[in-house]
Design a protein around this ligand. Structure first.
Ligand code: ADP
Ligand code: MG
Length: 324
């Protein structure tokens, strides 16, 4: 069978009918009609083989994750995701790989009614770059800069499982088969908290999504808002697997997963005390745990207290592509 050409590949795997788009894949540019009264939120994320994922990862989960990490950025802004553009470099056009990747991508895209409206396809080392566009009512998107002293600090879901899966793979911790299945799911099939982000408009004072670990990402909120925070380690939501390792000889490793693990794709947000009852109602409505993990204070910097209320001396650091 002859190899797929570039345009056969696009037509077969990435060209889909659109409903809310004026003009989608196939011309020199797509045409969009944003809803009146809305601002556009735009974000791009690149996933590089060997750096963000293993090249032999299941392509269906990779398709899911490529979109999920971008949906998570929309969630953090309180924006409703609408359109995506997908640029990719592929070593070879493998139809089975592409079909599985596209399946993972479009199942999630359909779930959130996101339309793929264009992209770019080239041969090269596996590299996936997704641009996402969303909408939020003008002036109402969530930002990192709005946290104020007296606000409470929350995270959705639970933290550290994705990092625990990687730690297991590296031989740093040993998970049971059941624990590994749970943690692998968090790593490969993250759930973007889009509905939470939309509902936090007008409720949260600041928000960020946790892609590089709580300490680093919360640090961005604190810096942007000009405030400090105290976080209680005991209040951080975690799986039974992480809990088990937290009380064992590998405690520091488990703490690092919780505080700086990365790949959580949960939302971390601040909200004034007056929002408490509405946040409880929201958690019930979305069937999503919202844990109060600490408070925003005047000053600068982050303090994390251990179970005994003692401040940790050294905080595990967020991943930085240009540091180590
Ligand atoms: P141009 O040369 O004008 O930039 P291309 O020939 O690269 O356009 O692409 C043709 C059409 O296919 C364009 O509409 C482009 O947006 C779309 N496209 C290319 N690659 C992808 C992809 N991986 N996913 C979705 N659409 C794509
Ligand atoms: Mg052109």
């Amino acid at each position: 069978m002859a190899a797929l050409t570039e345009f056969e590949l696009i037509d077969r795997f990435f060209r889909r009918p659109t409903r809310r788009t004026v003009l989608g894949v196939g011309d020199d540019a797509a045409l969009l009609a944003p809803a009146p009264g809305c601002e556009l939120a735009a974000s791009v994320d690149m996933l590089v083989a060997g750096r963000h994922f293993f090249a032999d990862v299941e392509p269906e989960s990779l398709g899911h994750k490529t979109l999920a990490v971008n949906l998570s950025d929309m969630a953090a802004m309180g924006a409703s995701p609408r359109w995506a553009l997908f640029a990719c470099a592929l070593p070879e056009p493998d139809p089975a790989w592409l079909a599985a990747f596209a399946r993972g991508f479009f199942v999630l895209a359909d779930q959130f009614e996101v339309e793929l409206i264009g992209g770019d396809t080239t041969r090269g080392p596996l590299n996936l770059c997704l641009t996402i566009l969303g909408e939020a009512p003008a002036g109402r998107a969530l930002r990192r800069s709005g946290a104020r002293p007296g606000d409470a600090l929350f995270v959705s879901g639970r933290l550290g499982d994705a990092a625990l899966a990687l730690a297991h793979r590296r031989g740093e911790v040993e998970l049971t088969a059941t624990e590994l299945a749970t943690c692998d799911r968090a790593l490969h099939w993250p759930t973007p908290r889009v509905a939470l982000g939309e509902h936090l408009r007008g409720l949260a004072s600041a928000a960020i999504d946790l892609s590089d670990g709580l300490v680093g990402d919360l640090g961005h909120v604190l810096a942007a808002s000009g405030v400090s925070a105290t976080v209680e380690l005991a209040a951080l939501p975690r799986s039974p697997a992480l809990d088990r390792i937290l009380v064992g000889s590998n405690r520091e490793r488990a703490r690092a997963c919780l505080l700086a693990g990365g790949d959580d794709y949960e939302l971390c947000f601040s909200a004034p005390p007056s929002a408490a009852a509405r946040l409880d109602a929201l958690a019930a409505k979305l069937q999503l745990t919202l844990s109060r993990i600490g408070r925003i204070e005047a000053g600068a910097g982050l303090v994390v207290c251990d179970e005994a209320g003692q401040a940790l001396h050294a905080l595990p650091q967020a991943f930085d592509h240009f540091r180590s």
